[in-house]
Design a protein around this ligand. Structure first.
Ligand code: GN1
Ligand code: MG
Length: 360
């Protein structure tokens, strides 16, 4: 269906002046829709990736519950400019917050004007991002409804290891020989890296509503004041261990190099970023975190580069079916970069633990 036709399924949108693709993430297709009437907001139109997210009804239900809950909390706290502090998805003709055109699923949210995203963090922004993601979890700690997992077992390390085993067994793209030594490195640490699932089984670790994609680029900042406005990209908001939000932010934030940096010497784990982020996060999440969760935050910082390496490697072995690649060995380069980061984070665990114990 033509994009113009899709937009017409959302009655709230008036006359459209312009539709322009936005580049964001590997997963969904995104457009900025500009309204002809300057008094009307602009919109963000997205086609949700149905291969990745199998249950769009559940996904959009989660997002509605989460955004409504945050909205209510902001009102109760007499927060100013609430429209800038939480996303709002608008209904289609049938009242649902998405439209199925027979082929794909589309949704529209209101564009927050004078906002920007950042691609990199310094200690100052890292602190703000930590505060905001901690606050996001804190606000959702009392969501009355049980949310579903939009990607079942998304951050389940045992499952990711299992998927790697399957990839190795099938060796679909004939690439196994080339990566056997990395597979061995991963195997060596697998049991240790699956400790969250074990703690969960023992009833010692809870699942909470987490964001599960805590990159700095998933947060809006005010263009003028540089204040943090709100958390975006809510597709992976689901029950998970808090390690997801803590660890995945540091995976991208504490590494000054890109996640696919081929020069491994450039990959580091920046402790200034770690300290700033941990400080902000613990400040706002302290109210609900248990001692076991806090004890294991340094583990979380090692878990996410490790998990991402396992995911990239499985995709490489499978012949690149999940992540978009820009050159043939891209997933292998990504794997090596994440393994390097994992080892760097591991080296920093004693220092991380010491710092966390000093502020908890
Ligand atoms: C995917 O598309 P993006 O960048 O938001 C992936 C994350 C990975 C990331 C690695 C749903 O996120 O889990 O960490 O790539 N999202 C999904 O770059 O699989
Ligand atoms: Mg994402």
């Amino acid at each position: 269906m033509e994009i113009e036709e899709i937009i017409k399924q959302f009655p709230q949108v008036g006359k459209v002046e312009n539709i322009k693709p936005l580049t964001s993430g590997f997963i969904n297709r995104t457009y900025l829709v500009t309204s002809a009437n300057p008094n009307e907001p602009n919109y963000v139109l997205q086609k949700v990736n149905h291969n990745v997210f199998r249950n769009i009804d559940l996904l959009m239900h989660n997002i509605e519950v989460v955004t409504n809950h945050i909205h209510d909390k902001l009102i109760a706290a007499h927060t100013e400019n609430i429209d800038r502090k939480v996303l709002r998805f608008i209904p289609a003709k049938d009242g649902k917050t998405y439209y199925f055109d027979g082929e794909g699923y589309w949704r529209i949210c209101i564009f927050i004007p004078r906002s920007k995203t950042l691609d990199a963090v310094n200690p100052e922004t890292s602190y703000l991002v930590g505060l905001k993601f901690g606050e996001f979890e804190a606000m959702l700690a009392d969501v009355p409804e049980k949310l579903g997992e939009t990607i079942p077992d998304f951050h389940n390390m045992e499952l990711r290891i299992h998927q790697l085993h399957e990839a190795v067994q099938e060796n679909k793209a004939g690439r196994l020989e080339k990566v056997q030594s990395i597979v061995d490195d991963i195997e060596r640490d697998a049991e240790e890296m699956c400790k969250a699932e074990e703690l969960y089984r023992q009833g010692l670790l809870p699942k909470r509503i987490c964001h599960c994609d805590t990159k700095v680029s998933n947060m809006l900042f005010d263009e003028d004041s540089n204040d943090v406005l709100c958390v975006i990209d809510l597709d992976t908001v689901m029950p998970s261990f808090v390690f997801s939000d803590f660890g995945d932010f540091l995976r991208s934030g504490a590494n000054p190099a890109p996640e696919d940096e081929p020069d491994l010497d450039k990959i580091q784990f920046n402790m200034d970023i770690f300290r700033a982020f941990a400080k902000g996060y613990i400040e706002s999440a302290k109210s609900f975190l248990t001692p076991i969760e806090i004890d294991n935050l340094p583990f979380a910082a090692t878990l996410f580069p490790y998990m991402q390496a396992v995911r990239f490697l499985a995709d490489y072995i499978n012949g690149d079916t999940y992540y978009q690649i820009h050159y043939p060995e891209h997933n292998l380069i990504r794997t090596k970069a994440q393994m390097k980061l994992y080892y760097e984070a591991k080296k920093a665990v004693p220092e991380m633990t010491e710092y966390i114990n000093s502020i908890r």
